[in-house]
Design a protein around this ligand. Structure first.
Ligand SMILES: Cc1ncc(C[n+]2csc(CCOP(=O)(O)OP(=O)(O)O)c2C)c(N)n1
Ligand SMILES: [Mg+2]
Length: 571
């Protein structure tokens, strides 16, 4: 292996059968621990470690921008349940990845970032930055491989923090350390997962007492409730509670008779009415933040609020709660079900009345009646299609076995509400940093995590053009991917938020771009949609999706998304 002369000494690596290089050791330990896909952009500093991962059977996707690679790693880990790896070049490779790393860190996605770093002695290197300080500033965990003797422990520590501590960890690999000779690690490497946090018995009894006293309980599950859907739903059935999720946990209770879908800005009118009517709200691994609770307006005065979370710091972090239960969601639901009074349990209907069942059966979602709810008149004109009408039709022509990945912007309510998802592994919602431009790449990661499904990326024209370099990656991988661009030739969120004169809006409005032609240039299928009839090629393609299809939907102005004004209240 040779190194960039500015970054450390040139070195030739020789290993004996009982030894290897540190770069190789890092890769072999991570491969042994069972990391899923790796993503990255390869330069001299991460060339060896990336190829060592590949040599050990960890599939690697070469992205076109480190930001894209970071979002792919994020999307993959969210929807596969396995930790992912991101590998980047020292300095500029890491800075390019920072927005995606920040989103992952704020979402507590277990991504292990292998970031090459300049040798400590290379003080004049162009690539030199304080990587640890940069990483810590966005809430990711800065770790490093300190030397050959500590390398094994350093990698295991990073893995445990990422996977068991649910953090995004950046493991810096100084170039001189990477090429040092290290003893072969033990194989196979085993790291036991910690046991789930069992809740305190008294706290469970208090939760059960509140449930038994409630007439109209609602359970809202968040990210921490994912994986515990069965246990939470069983308790809900026994206690007469309705079920809902935060946006990130969308799909967790899909198919349940008393599922209300997303709680918050994307809620249907019936969901809002039923949540507001609750007398007990129990959050399961859910922050109950301003988005999920619509700035608290979904919780009526006098309604009791309980939060169950295995992280003490999460309890009460966003709102006042009457009871906090520190415990793993599945364990807490099981313990509460055991403690529920069997007599009160048998005949207990709670909020699951015949009337509620009938109303849900008749019209639960925005899009479960022949004509979808539009919250206003159809804005379709001769040249532009109403985004709600477009999305409602897509929901009908696309296979139900799907993954929906959402970029950020005014448009995002349309795919989040009108496109139904089959389960908790069908939705990739990267909004913890509210950055635009992450949707396409996180959708690629999601597609790799769920290869049997069609992935649908919903994005604005602004976010799409910001992240477009990964269209080449998607085409190269041959993924079955539909990219729906809600094209208003504007940063619509800003237009609707600020309003103002044409001159004031000049920085946020743009000339029309023929994105279908652009997409074809990348090797994707491209279709321009101005009316429902233009969706025919998409319907045909969706019968047996091959490769990437980009829909450039020239959308009409529906006056700004209904949830956006709500969202801006929080800023
Ligand atoms: C990286 C980043 N830069 C700027 C913003 C501010 N911002 C929020 S929404 C938005 C416009 C997005 O435009 P587009 O993707 O076309 O979606 P639209 O709002 O038009 O539906 C911008 C610039 C942001 N959230 N993230
Ligand atoms: Mg736009």
């Amino acid at each position: 292996m040779t190194l960039d002369p500015l970054d450390g000494q040139r070195a030739t690596v020789t290993t004996t059968s009982a030894s290897t290089t540190v770069a190789d050791l890092v890769a072999s330990v991570l491969a042994d621990l069972g990391v899923g896909h790796a993503f990255g952009v390869v330069g001299s500093g991460n060339f060896a470690v990336t190829n060592a991962l590949r040599a050990r059977g960890v599939p690697f996707v070469a992205a076109r921008h480190e930001g894209g690679a970071a979002s792919m790693a994020d999307g993959y880990a969210r929807l596969s349940g396995r930790p992912s790896v991101l590998t980047v070049h020292q300095g500029c490779g890491l800075t390019n990845a920072m927005t995606g790393i920040t989103e992952a860190a704020k979402s507590r996605t277990p991504v292990i970032v292998l970031a090459a770093d300049t040798a400590a002695a290379a003080v004049g290197s162009n690539f030199r930055i304080d990587q640890d300080a940069l990483v810590a500033s966005v809430g990711a965990v800065a770790e490093r491989v300190h030397g050959a003797s500590s390398a094994f422990a350093d990698v295991v520590r990073a893995y445990r923090t990422a996977v068991h501590g649910r953090r995004t960890v950046v493991l810096s690999l100084p170039l001189d350390v990477q090429v040092a000779t290290a003893a072969l690690p033990p194989s196979p490497v085993r790291v036991d997962a910690p046991r789930p946090v069992r809740p305190d018995t008294q706290a469970v009894l208090e939760l059960v007492a509140l449930m038994e006293a409630a007439h109209r309980p609602i359970f809202v599950a968040g990210r921490g409730g994912r994986g515990a859907g069965r246990e939470i739903a069983a308790l809900a059935a026994a206690s007469g509670a309705l079920l809902a999720t935060s946006a990130v946990a969308n799909g967790l209770f899909a198919g349940q008779e008393f599922d209300l879908g997303i709680s918050g800005g994307f809620s249907s009118p019936l969901t809002v009415e039923l949540i507001t009517g609750a007398d007990l709200v129990v959050g399961w691994g859910c922050a109950l933040n301003m988005w999920t609770m619509r700035h608290g307006s979904l919780v009526a005065t006098g309604t009791k609020v309980v939060q169950v979370d295995d992280d003490l710091a999460a309890i009460g972090a966003h709102r006042r709660v009457d009871l906090g239960v520190v415990g793993d969601c599945a364990s807490t639901a099981v313990d509460a079900l055991d403690a529920l009074d069997p007599l009160s349990g048998t005949g207990r209907r709670g909020y699951r009345t015949r009337e509620v069942a009938a109303r849900l059966a008749e019209h639960r979602w925005w899009n479960d009646t022949p004509t979808p709810d539009l919250t206003g008149p159809d804005a379709t004109g001769t040249q532009r299609i109403d985004p709600r009408v477009l999305t409602a039709r897509l929901d009908r022509i696309l296979p139900t076995e799907r993954v929906v990945a959402i970029d950020s912007g005014n448009f995002m309510g349309y795919p989040s509400t009108y496109l139904r998802v089959p389960d908790e592994l069908g939705f990739c919602f990267t909004q913890a940093f509210q950055s635009i431009g992450l949707g396409l790449a996180s959708g690629i990661g999601a597609a790799l995590a769920q290869p049997g499904r069609l992935t649908v990326v919903g994005t604005g024209d602004g976010g799409f053009l910001m992240g477009i370099s990964e269209l080449e990656t998607a085409v190269r991988l041959g993924l079955p991917l539909l990219v729906v661009v809600y094209d208003d030739a504007a940063y619509g969120a800003e237009v609707h938020h600020f309003g103002g004169s044409a001159d004031e809006l000049a920085p946020v409005t743009f000339p029309d771009v023929d994105l279908a032609t652009v997409a074809r240039g990348y090797g994707a299928h491209g279709v321009t949609v101005r009316a429902l009839a233009d969706l025919e090629p998409v319907r045909q393609w969706a019968l047996d999706p091959q490769g990437v299809m980009v829909v450039d939907a020239k959308i009409a102005d529906d006056g700004g998304a209904w949830w956006l004004a709500e969202a801006f209240r929080g800023h």
